[in-house]
Design a protein around this ligand. Structure first.
Ligand SMILES: Cc1ncc(COP(=O)(O)O)c(C=O)c1O
Length: 416
């Protein structure tokens, strides 16, 4: 491939997003307060048929607000699936509650049949993650929550625009949250949206939102300059080994906002930069991306079909979607050649290591014990995490490139 292809190097940004972010760098009056925040929240609510929406500076900030609104505290338990990001676990730990892990099904979503055995008198909520844009069996989980008087939280960080049974993901839970992180369905570098479908939680969430500060001006500046740096510095450098070494060094230092998850988060600590409102400048970026959602998701679906054609034997998702309309944030494969695929594809400028492998709570440097995970609790998740590799579906991968990727990966999968 002539250009660098990677799911984690801000693949959603196009030229118009880069120029908008640069324009915003020079308009500090629009950084914190502004009309676009309400516009984004209103548009989101209407477009996806959700309850009232509140924007925060990340999905994890939304989740923290949700748990606080539910008065979840020390001694409580929150059910969550194995194979998730530490960004989901850390807000639970922050409240003092205990995350309780439930194993997966082969589609990387929570196994609803295993939820009830993990419910205890201390359980307060179940978080359902629609992994990589493939909707979970949300109807069944909703029934379990209703029968057991538990809150249902939908984690839609990967599934903006996905549908289950004709309804958008995010419209089933008591509350749901979305992410506009760098590698998500749409991106404002950092950002998130919280939707309140259960009106009993509305006042409490409104109060938490109103009492949350904006991030600092420096933090906002770092995010605004990021699309330009990625497009004109890091992506071009990434083609060359010294450039990649430079990138890794900057990543280690968390310079230029390169990391989505910090070193302290790998240790179970939620940094103080979260728990903040979405600033107006990032709402502008998010709105610009939201306008392109249909284009992005249609592209992802077409790319997924290219991969299905060549790789259905190792594909995680089924070609029969049932009640689902997935969005394929990525296209995961499970193969004992996953490590080989990752290393060989680098030679073609395709960087497949997205951090979603090796461990139950990703990224792999996450200290699993600090997350409250005990080895053996989620056996299928452990097995899959060893052999998973996900192919890119984003707007910067052309159909031709996807065909090329599929055919090279196929030959690697079949290698003896
Ligand atoms: C499944 C999942 N949920 C929630 C989050 C948190 O979103 P954010 O990065 O916006 O905090 C992430 C990503 O980090 C994620 O992958």
């Amino acid at each position: 491939m002539k250009k660098v292809i990677s799911s984690i190097l801000s693949p959603n940004f196009e030229k118009d997003d880069v120029s908008l972010s640069l324009k915003l760098v020079f308009s500090p009056g629009r950084w914190k307060k502004g009309l676009e925040i309400q516009e984004m929240e209103r548009t989101f609510k209407e477009k996806f048929n959700l309850g009232d929406c509140f924007s925060f500076n990340s999905g994890r900030s939304c989740l923290l607000a949700i748990l606080q609104a539910m008065n979840i505290k020390k001694g409580d338990e929150v059910i969550i699936q194995g194979f998730t990001c530490n960004a989901v676990v850390n807000p639970i730990i922050k409240t003092g509650a205990r995350p309780v892990f439930v194993d997966l099904k082969s589609d990387l979503n929570i196994d609803e049949k295993k939820i009830e055995e993990k419910i205890s008198p201390r359980t307060k909520a179940v978080i359902v993650q629609h992994t990589f844009g493939w909707p979970a069996e949300i109807g069944a989980v909703k029934g379990i929550c209703q029968r057991n008087n538990l809150y249902l939280i939908e984690d839609c960080a990967h599934s903006l625009g996905a549908e289950y049974d004709g309804k958008y993901c995010g419209s089933f839970g008591d509350v749901s949250f979305f992410s506009f992180g760098k590698d998500k369905i749409i991106s404002s570098v950092f950002g998130g949206m919280l939707a309140v479908n259960n009106r009993n939680l509305l006042n409490r969430i409104k109060e938490i939102y109103e009492n949350s500060p904006f991030p600092s001006s420096f933090w906002i500046f770092e995010q605004l300059i990021y699309p330009f740096l990625m497009e004109y510095v890091f992506l071009p450098l990434f083609r060359f080994r010294p450039g990649r070494i430079f990138w890794s060094m900057m990543f280690e230092l968390n310079a230029f906002s390169l990391r989505s998850v910090t070193k302290e988060e790998n240790q179970g600590i939620l940094p103080s930069s979260f728990g903040k409102k979405l600033p107006n400048a990032l709402a502008c970026l998010a709105l610009n991306q939201l306008n392109k959602l249909e284009k992005f998701n249609e592209h992802r679906r077409k790319i997924a079909w290219i991969y299905f054609k060549e790789l259905k034997d190792v594909a995680v998702f089924s070609e029969d979607f049932g009640k689902r309309k997935p969005v394929f944030m990525r296209f995961p494969l499970v193969s004992d050649k996953s490590a080989l695929i990752i290393s060989e594809m680098r030679k073609f400028n395709v960087f497949l290591n997205d951090g979603w492998r090796e461990t139950i709570i990703v990224p792999p440097k996450t200290v699993q014990e600090k997350m409250g995970y005990e080895k053996g609790e989620c056996r299928l998740a452990e097995k899959i995490s060893k052999n998973i590799v996900s192919l890119p579906t984003h707007i910067r991968v052309s159909f031709e490139e996807a065909k090329e990727i599929a055919s090279i990966v196929k030959s690697l999968v079949n290698k003896r």
